[in-house]
Design a protein around this ligand. Structure first.
Ligand SMILES: Cc1cc2nc3c(=O)[nH]c(=O)nc-3n(C[C@H](O)[C@H](O)[C@H](O)COP(=O)(O)OP(=O)(O)OC[C@H]3O[C@@H](n4cnc5c(N)ncnc54)[C@H](O)[C@@H]3O)c2cc1C
Length: 449
């Protein structure tokens, strides 16, 4: 039985079905998808995502998942990495992959990158070279922030702001000052330097719900899984008759009073939802006790509908602006004939915005859009929406690895999945899918033992 129908739970279910297991997946909401969902905005009639979701070419488990559920052709992935970086009132410049072999494939565009001076570029190239040969398994790197590592390797504040943070913040939903050095290094080693293809940027060309939750539901049902939606798990009951030090789970209790039993239980719940379900006797268990220390970070997305086009690009990153990344949803979703333009401003690590009134956040973005896109000065915002996710992702702070468990627990028939488990990845769709596959593999391994 799998608890939780987000990407982790759906991926675990697919993997176990492939191995001819009978799978029951229980989800508290009426639909699958978890944090990857979309809804139709009443006023505009357009599909709005819970938050703009981006993936990279190195997200191989996620890409394979979309292929399995039959929606890969409805996602977009660049043929070649190219990010335009806009500076309000200044020049725009691009970072792109060229023809040189890895890890030099970005070097020519980087040398032409206009948001860094010559000295910044030289030190950044030095930092990238040092990073490419760093063993990120070194435990010391778990204890320091990526900013500390960067400064130890002579990175200038300008290169931290206009290069390193530009990439780390959307990937980890935290800036270099907070993210552990291990995670910062991982993002560059696996995402940027590994190959020209690994850093290609991708996103959904339709709403997240149809791309993932609805398609996965159809796939799982047609392959024989039992899906129970609208059921909230409220507690895990241990087998009190067992003589084992850590007795197995006997049943799961749901909010409607029903209990369900299975041979194996995979929790694919967010950590905050799993902890209250655990029996109190596990509170001091050395496996479970450190989990509660994992912190979360917010994301705020601001959706703006303009009466006319304000940007030509499909998406841009920004320096010297509170807007971090802006996506042209009209172009991305193929609605180019529709009048006006619908854009999304994605604010990662939105600690400064999540508690502000929505009106203030919207006004801040509208003003900043005018600075960044001259056409926005003449345009009128005809509709807007602010979506705040207070606990959008877990934080990869120094020491956070201690709170990210492997899928196998001391309870023989309980396995853990979820983006927050020990996947080596930050809180991402790729991490979630990996965790589901790893948990399913752990179930199969335990069965063979
Ligand atoms: C605004 C936002 C923007 C993001 N941007 C990106 C991005 O650009 N790129 C990227 O890769 N990732 C991004 N992420 C992160 C990504 O969405 C998550 O990492 C991923 O979806 C997590 O999947 P999951 O299955 O681990 O957890 P979830 O999706 O949270 O799934 C857990 C499921 O468990 C269910 N559940 C909870 N409690 C119970 C219970 N008691 N009983 C039954 N079911 C229960 C929930 O309803 C949910 O469906 C973003 C997240 C947010 C919020």
């Amino acid at each position: 039985m799998i608890l939780g129908g987000g990407l982790a739970g759906m991926a675990a279910a697919c993997h176990l079905l492939d191995e001819d297991w009978q799978v029951t997946l229980v989800e508290k909401r009426p639909y699958l998808g978890g944090r990857v969902f979309s809804f139709t905005d009443r006023e505009s009639g357009q599909v709005v995502d819970n938050g703009q979701h981006v993936f990279l070419g190195c997200c191989t488990y996620y890409i394979d998942f979309l292929k399995k559920i039959g929606t890969w052709d409805r996602a977009y992935l660049q043929d070649r990495t190219m990010v335009e970086v806009v500076k309000p009132g200044g020049p725009s410049s691009s970072i792109a992959a060229g023809r040189l072999p890895k890890p030099l494939h970005m070097l020519p565009s980087f040398l032409a990158y206009r948001h860094l001076g010559l000295w910044d570029k030289l030190t950044t190239v030095y930092g990238l070279l040092r990073l490419s040969v760093t063993d990120r398994a070194n435990p010391h790197l778990q204890q320091e922030t990526f900013a500390q590592w960067l400064r130890r390797h002579r990175q200038t504040q300008r290169s931290i702001d206009n290069f390193w943070d530009l990439i780390v913040k959307p990937c980890a939903n935290d800036g270099v000052e907070d993210v552990s050095a291990t995670m910062g290094i991982m993002i560059f080693q696996d995402g940027i330097l590994k190959s020209p293809r690994s850093s290609r940027i991708g996103y959904a060309r339709e709403g997240l719900s149809t791309l993932m939750g609805e398609a996965a539901k159809a796939y799982l049902e047609s392959n024989g899984a039992t899906l129970i939606t609208g059921h909230t798990a409220t507690s895990l009951h241990l087998d009190e008759d067992s003589q084992a030090d850590d007795p197995p789970i006997a049943a799961i209790q749901f909010s409607n009073g029903k209990t369900l039993q299975a041979d194996a239980y995979v929790s694919a719940l967010p950590l905050a939802d799993l902890l209250p379900l655990l029996p109190s006797r596990l509170a001091d268990n050395p496996f479970f006790a450190p989990l509660a220390a994992l912190e979360t970070a917010p994301i705020v997305n601001v959706y703006l509908w303009y009466d006319r086009p304000v940007m030509e690009q499909d998406f841009v990153a920004l320096v010297d602006s509170p807007l971090q990344w802006v996506f042209n949803k009209t172009a991305i979703m193929g609605h180019n004939g529709v009048p006006g333009q619908y854009v999304t401003v994605s604010l990662s690590a939105a600690f400064n915005y999540v508690n502000q009134p929505k009106q203030a956040v919207q006004e801040m973005c509208t003003e900043a859009m005018k600075e960044a896109f001259p056409k926005a000065k003449l345009a009128r915002v005809i509709h807007s929406l602010v979506v705040k996710q207070e606990r959008a992702t877990f934080r990869c702070l120094p020491g956070s690895h201690r709170s990210r468990p492997k899928p196998r627990t001391p309870i023989g028939n309980l396995f853990l999945a979820g983006d927050w488990t020990d996947t080596g990845w930050p809180s991402t769709m790729e991490g979630a899918v990996r965790s589901g596959v790893f948990a399913a593999q752990a179930v199969l391994k335990a069965q063979r033992e």
